[in-house]
Structure formats: structure tokens, C-alpha cells
Design a protein around this ligand. Structure first.
Ligand SMILES: Cc1cc2nc3c(=O)[nH]c(=O)nc-3n(C[C@H](O)[C@H](O)[C@H](O)COP(=O)(O)OP(=O)(O)OC[C@H]3O[C@@H](n4cnc5c(N)ncnc54)[C@H](O)[C@@H]3O)c2cc1C
Ligand SMILES: *[C@@H]1O[C@H](CO)[C@@H](O)[C@H](O)[C@H]1NC(C)=O
Length: 400
């Protein structure tokens, strides 16, 4: 079997490693000249950690990254609302792990380059895909305008939010909504631990809501905050020092911190109508988008490719036929609708639309976390930890 994957982002690379391990030949086509180095996602939940282990990269991910200790919701004055402690101990070997996406990409790329059955073609911008009864293909444009056709048995679109593969299947239809909000992701060196902050913090406030998490061993923090959606990038940059001084503990001036990146972006909740048309499938951001609060986006995407790999490997081994790809589509969409979409929406509303003076009144999760703090038996925490696997699904159960 030969699988063509469009996009060498994190989802495409993880899928290629899983397939390669089962002896399947993979060709990756990517428009860029190497892995994207923009700072984006950084947190991978236990459900995704299992897939990274299966792909053979977890040890290296853990060597570069680390497991955060505590997660706290706070008011803008820094005072604690509720906190989850000991994320390491209770989540055992699958503990949530932090590694900035660009660094994860480097780890994945280094592994993929060592595999004889993975070929990565950079500078290949896919412009269309097609299929007939026996094969599937992608047409890519090179920088000099030449068009190259790559043919295989199956094709997966892992080409991100603006997926060309999705557009070739469904045009501009991508059901869902765009929030009336703008999020600014910044990377900054500022010692938030000195102000009593946890490794991950969510600050609840109608205008100055933000997420602050330490994301590198050398003390870099990701601070992602809400900004006026009408602001241009210039206005965002001009307002950033004012926001930081008002919302961060210690009310820092620009000379008090070192900021290395300011990246504004819009946020969405969207899902494609199907993740399969014939021998073409969609996964991760190409298939669905969520806002970044709670880190459900790429975690969900990595879990997708874990499931898709099980389906394709089943077909390769003669243990399943193409119908298993319908299961892939149906179940991954259902998981998005039942868990990923509502949980990520609630995560965003919890920080941006909850009364910080009355946080428990309407918010079930905060009440649960509070009850965990007081529960000496540890039973509530245990069932909470188990619920993080709700988005997983074992596709091997459909093997003959
Ligand atoms: C600014 C920003 C900040 C973010 N912050 C967070 C965060 O804090 N937390 C979080 O959980 N998530 C965050 N995200 C989302 C997260 O980064 C994505 O969920 C994740 O990158 C999705 O991985 P992917 O492999 O599906 O797609 P991508 O990482 O987008 O990779 C897609 C790949 O496909 C390639 N490609 C695209 N089109 C074509 C084409 N036509 N032909 C060939 N190749 C193509 C691209 O070059 C790229 O390499 C952020 C996203 C952005 C943009
Ligand atoms: C891709 O294009 C860039 C120039 O934009 C070039 O530097 C690089 O060598 C190319 N990569 C490959 C693998 O051809």
C-alpha cells in the first residue's frame, strides 16, 4: 500500500510514522520548505500522548519537553479560584506534556527522515486531488510553476485549517462558527512563578481573560489573551504593553520582560461534513477547528491520526475493507460533536464570559475541580482523569 499525505505538519508527520511502522509506504507533500516554525500549540493531553508513544517519539518529546505540575483558574488580581494539583502523579505514564509545536515538529521530522519508507517532498503546493476506482492522486505546483502528480492507493488531507484537500471535496463549506474574538498568542520571558503562578493558569475576566503557561525549560511563557476583534495587527502590537501592564501580576513595563513573539489569530469551531470520500480522508485541522483554550485542537488531531492509522493498517493487513473508513469518519465526527467541540467552547466561555466574582454559580467544571480539592479519597480526581480518554476510540475492534 502507498499512502499520500498532504501536509507535513504535526498530524501528517505522526500519521506517516504510524503507517511506516506497519510497513506502509508514505509520501508527504508540503507547500513549505521545512516544518512550520511559528509558535502555536504547546500542550498535548494524555489521549494524544498515547498516540505519540505508539508513533515511537514519546521519549524524545519528553526529553525536550516537560510535564507541568499544576493548573489553576484565577481572577485578574492573581487570586486562586480553583486548582488541579499533581498532574504528573495521577496521570501516570500518559501525563500531559508541554513542548512548543515548532520543537515537536523538529522531533517528528528527525524520526521521519530516518525511515526508508517515508518520502517528504517540500515545496509541493497541492492544488487539487482526485480518484478513480483503482487509485488516488494529488497535483502539486512547484516554485517554478511545474505541476507534479503523485499517485497512491489512499490519500489523507493533513493540510491544516485552509485545507486544499477539504476544499476539493466540499468547496468552501466548513460548518460551524467564528467567534467574535481575537486571540493574541505571545511568547515571553517573565518570571510568573515568582508571583505565585502555577505552570498553567487561566485568568477569568470579561476583557482581560488570558492563559499563561510555562512552555520551555529555559523559562519561556506562552501568554494568550483576548483582544478587540476589530484591531489590526498594528493596533494589537501597540496595545500589547498596555495589556501586559494591566493584566499580568507585578504590572510589568516592557523593560521588565522579553517578548519574542506576538501572533494574533481568529478562533473558530468548525467541522467538515465527512472525513471520508472514497479513498480520500481528512484529519486534524483540515477536518475540524476549535479555539485553543484547553488545548483540545491538536490533541484531537493527533487522536484522529491514531485512529486513521489503525483503519489503514487494518486494510493493509487484510483485516478490514474500505468500509472501516466510514467508521473513522462517523466516529471522529461524533467525538468532535460530543466532546471536543462542547468542551473547548466551555473552556473559552469559562475564561471570557464567566463572572469572576461568582465563578462557581454557572460553571459545572469549576465546581467539580473545587470538589476534587476537598476530596480526601481521590475518587473524584480519578474519574476526572479517566474522562480525558473520552475522545479516544479503538478502531481495531472492527477488524475481522
Ligand atoms: C497562531 C496560532 C496559534 C495557535 N495556538 C495554539 C495553542 O496555543 N494551543 C493549541 O492547542 N492550538 C493552537 N493552535 C492550533 C494548532 O497549532 C493546530 O491545531 C495544529 O497546528 C494543527 O496541526 P495540523 O497538522 O492539522 O495542521 P498544520 O500545523 O496547520 O500543518 C499543515 C501543514 O500542511 C501544509 N499545507 C497547507 N496547505 C497545503 C497545500 N495546499 N499543499 C501542501 N501542503 C500544504 C502546511 O505547510 C503545513 O506544514 C494555534 C494555531 C495558530 C495558527
Ligand atoms: C524549497 O525552496 C526553497 C526556496 O524557497 C529552497 O531554499 C529549498 O532548497 C527548497 N527545498 C527543496 C527540498 O527543494
Amino acid at each position: 500500500m502507498h499512502v499520500v499525505i498532504v501536509g507535513s505538519g504535526p498530524s501528517g508527520l505522526v500519521l506517516s510514522l504510524l503507517l511506516s511502522k506497519a510497513g506502509i509506504k508514505v509520501t508527504l507533500l508540503d507547500a513549505g520548505s521545512t516544518v512550520d516554525d511559528r509558535p502555536r500549540a504547546a500542550h498535548y493531553a494524555p489521549s494524544a500522548i498515547r498516540v505519540l508513544r505508539e508513533a515511537g517519539v514519546l521519549d524524545d518529546v519528553r526529553k525536550e519537553g516537560f510535564i507541568p505540575r499544576d493548573f489553576t483558574w484565577r481572577k485578574r488580581d492573581g487570586s486562586k479560584v480553583a486548582s488541579i494539583m499533581d498532574t504528573v502523579e495521577s496521570r501516570g505514564p500518559d501525563g500531559l506534556t508541554v513542548l512548543p509545536l515548532n520543537m515537536l515538529g523538529q522531533v517528528l521530522l528527525a524520526h521521519a527522515m530516518k525511515k526508508a519508507n517515508i518520502e517528504i517532498k517540500w515545496n509541493h503546493t497541492v492544488t487539487s486531488v482526485g480518484q478513480d476506482d483503482t487509485s488516488v492522486w494529488a497535483e502539486a505546483k512547484l516554485k517554478d510553476g511545474t505541476v507534479v502528480k503523485t499517485t497512491g492507493d489512499y490519500l489523507c488531507g493533513c493540510d491544516g485549517a485552509n485545507s486544499e484537500v477539504r476544499k476539493s471535496l466540499f468547496g468552501d463549506v466548513f460548518e460551524g462558527k467564528t467567534w467574535d474574538a481575537q486571540i493574541v498568542a505571545t511568547n515571553v520571558y517573565y518570571p510568573l512563578h515568582d508571583f505565585g503562578f502555577s505552570d498553567i493558569n487561566n485568568i477569568i475576566h470579561p476583557e482581560d481573560y488570558y492563559m499563561a503557561a510555562i512552555i520551555s525549560k529555559d523559562g519561556m511563557w506562552r501568554v494568550s489573551y483576548g483582544e478587540d476583534p476589530s484591531f489590526t495587527i498594528e493596533q494589537v502590537r501597540a496595545n500589547q504593553p498596555i495589556k501586559f501592564e494591566r493584566m499580568l501580576p507585578g504590572n510589568p513595563k516592557p523593560s521588565d520582560y522579553k517578548i519574542t513573539n506576538v501572533g494574533p489569530y481568529r478562533i473558530h469551531q468548525r467541522c467538515a461534513e465527512s472525513f471520508r470520500v472514497g479513498k480520500i480522508t481528512l484529519a486534524a485541522d483540515a477536518a475540524h477547528l476549535v479555539n485553543p483554550f484547553g488545548g483540545m485542537g491538536l490533541t484531537g488531531g493527533i487522536v484522529d491520526v491514531g485512529g486513521l492509522a489503525e483503519c489503514l493498517i487494518g486494510i493493509e493487513k487484510g483485516l478490514a475493507n474500505d468500509d472501516i473508513l466510514d467508521k473513522y469518519s462517523e466516529i471522529r465526527i461524533q467525538k468532535w460533536k460530543d466532546y471536543i467541540n462542547p468542551i473547548s467552547s466551555d473552556n473559552f466561555l469559562r475564561v471570557s464570559a464567566t463572572d469572576p466574582e461568582n465563578p462557581f454559580e454557572k460553571d459545572e467544571l469549576l465546581r467539580l475541580v473545587k470538589s476534587m480539592e476537598d476530596d480526601e479519597t481521590g475518587e473524584i480526581k480519578k474519574s476526572f482523569d479517566e474522562s480525558v480518554y473520552d475522545i479516544c476510540h479503538d478502531f481495531k475492534q472492527y477488524y475481522n
